[in-house]
Design a protein around this ligand. Structure first.
Ligand code: SF4
Length: 180
């Protein structure tokens, strides 16, 4: 059993990657990117401490209620969650596509994490080189790496993005997506 420090879960979004996805934002990041877009999730404080079975139950609900195709992991820094490989393995057993955001460079990511991912968006956010061409991606230095071929057919989603913004009014009210 692993514990995860979860800042927020959106059970169904269409702005965090192709298709309907569940998105998890983990709490805590060691980096200090200037003008980090998720500054509330930077601090290494306890938010919602969840065990993997609790997260998997929410994911199963999301499959049942929304027919999600995959999961996006963001933060904060997902790689700080010690149990991440085991959680990714359980997502894969549910045949979900996995998109991982990380401030770490791809070359430094452990293989037991890479092997479960379909897309990795790597590198720190650099406000001096804002990326206006690709959906989801904050700065030009961040690489969009297709680890598997699952989303190759969906490249246009990233490179010819249709700007979308969602307003979620569930337990919490927040905006999500690229700015219009
Ligand atoms: S790596 Fe991501 S979460 Fe961490 S400070 Fe940079 S932009 Fe923010």
């Amino acid at each position: 059993m692993n514990k995860f420090n979860v800042a927020l879960i959106n059970m169904c979004t269409e702005v965090e990657g192709p298709y309907k996805r569940l998105c998890i934002w983990f709490q805590g990041c060691d980096r200090n990117c200037k003008n980090c877009c998720n500054v509330d999730f930077q601090k290494k404080i306890k938010k919602n401490i969840m065990i993997d079975q609790e997260i998997i139950e929410i994911v199963k609900q999301s499959i049942k209620n929304y027919a999600i195709e995959g999961i996006t992991l963001s933060g904060g820094e997902p790689l700080l969650q010690i149990g991440l490989p085991n959680l990714l393995r359980q997502f894969k057993e549910l045949n979900l596509g996995i998109i991982l955001f990380t401030g770490e460079k791809y070359e430094n990511i452990p293989i037991d994490i890479i092997s479960y991912c379909d897309i990795i968006i790597d590198g720190e956010f650099n406000e001096k080189v804002i990326d206006n061409q690709r959906a989801l991606i904050g700065s030009q230095n961040q690489r969009l790496i297709f680890v598997s071929d699952r989303y190759i057919k969906d490249k246009d989603w990233f490179f010819n993005p249709i700007l979308k913004e969602e307003i979620n009014i569930n337990t919490k009210f927040y905006f999500n997506g690229d700015k219009l």
